[in-house]
Design a protein around this ligand. Structure first.
Ligand code: MG
Length: 378
């Protein structure tokens, strides 16, 4: 069986409220379009792939196609004014004599080889196949704000792509539709108007079309980071933990305000985003950071986090100190951190422990802090 694919990716994405093409938006770490390209790339029966796109996206789309489908004949061609025109241009660009044509929307990234093959099997018998799912909602025909009609839901199916056709049939039907000036929103409609029966193959509800930003599922890409810091205790120094001044007869020694908790937290954040450590970012050889407020440095780390499009999941911090007892200060530290990080206090867990008199912490020579954070990449 030989299959050629026409992938429609010429939409403007105007409903996305973003100027760019929605097929180039990121989904699970790669552009929406690449998900479909990867699906067809691994299908041995696919011998040719034509992607239809806009001039403005041509280079970006060409690079993706080149990367994702290196072993097949591919072309990136310019689309027309409507989806129908674009698909027709894609069909005309095909050069191999593949028996079957799969037409798919680049904005449907959840396509799988299994679904395409299910359609291809049905196409052997029916020559024109649409993937669709039964409508779950009650659908009403509405005019000027009033219901005209409620069609029987049992007969209603929502069309998806891929739609699959015998080569000669789809070329003939599309040429006829162009001649007749027919305007349709999916490829099966062309066959229906042409008078050829269209067979429906049940698809998957997950095979959604990305139309608005809400359709982009929450990213599932998480990264974890760990931070550790120690500062020595000394007389005549303030003890600052998480930006909160804690009354004590000793404070922490350091180039900055020596806020050991905030330092561990910053290193955890940088760790999760692959951003090095605070020593690289705020070197203690730089006089600029002498006596620096660590919360201000944390705010700089948050700017980097935003630039790299990470959001905070949760953080878990442990402070190791023999004295003072931090139990009564936990609430104010959490509240301060939540305010600076612009998250809920429930996303922060703060633990304090002694080391049972052992080591430098036990001898009250210093305080140590550890932090673990989870970031979500958007
Ligand atoms: Mg430090």
């Amino acid at each position: 069986m030989s299959v050629a694919v026409v992938l429609a990716a010429a939409g403007s994405g105007s409903r996305m409220g973003a100027p760019g093409n929605k097929v180039l938006l990121s989904l699970d770490g790669k552009p929406v379009l690449s998900h479909s390209l990867d699906c067809f790339s691994v299908m041995d029966e696919v011998c040719e792939l034509v992607v239809v796109t806009r001039e403005v996206d041509r280079q970006a789309v060409s690079e993706l196609v080149h990367q994702a489908v290196p072993d097949k004949k591919t072309q990136v061609v310019l689309g027309g004014a409507s989806r129908q025109d674009s698909v027709y241009l894609g069909l005309l660009a095909l050069t191999t004599p593949a028996e079957w044509i799969v037409i798919h929307d680049g904005a449907r990234p959840f396509i799988t080889p299994g679904l395409v093959r299910k359609g291809l099997r049905a196409a052997q018998e029916h020559r024109a196949v649409g993937i669709a799912v039964p409508v779950k909602d009650t659908i009403k025909k509405v005019q000027d704000g009033f219901v005209l009609e409620t069609p029987d839901r049992a007969e209603l199916w929502a069309m998806q792509t891929p739609q699959i056709f015998a080569r000669d049939l789809i070329l003939q039907a599309y040429a006829w539709a162009q001649e007749e000036g027919l305007s349709v929103t999916d490829d099966c409609s062309v066959l229906e108007a042409f008078g050829h029966p269209v067979h429906i193959v049940p698809g998957e509800y997950a095979n959604i079309k990305i139309t608005t930003p809400d359709d982009l599922p929450q990213s599932t890409a998480f990264s974890v980071g760990f931070g550790y810091d120690v500062h020595a205790l000394a007389a005549n120094r303030p003890l600052i933990l998480g930006g909160v001044l804690i009354p004590h007869d000793k404070g922490l020694l350091g180039h900055s305000d020596a806020d050991v908790l905030t330092h561990a937290l910053m290193d955890a954040l940088l760790g999760a985003m692959g951003g090095g450590d605070i020593g690289e970012l705020f070197p203690d050889t730089d006089p600029k950071y002498k006596g620096a407020c660590s919360i201000d440095l944390l705010k700089q780390v948050l700017v980097i986090m935003e630039d790299r499009q990470f959001t905070l999941g949760n953080l878990d911090i442990t402070v190791m100190a023999e004295k003072p007892k931090l139990k009564t200060w936990k609430t104010s530290i959490k509240s301060k951190l939540a305010q600076v990080l612009a998250i809920e206090e429930s996303q922060i867990n703060l633990k304090a422990t002694t080391t049972e008199g052992l080591g430098f912490v036990g001898r009250e020579e210093g305080i140590a802090a550890q932090a673990v954070v989870l970031l979500r990449s958007n």
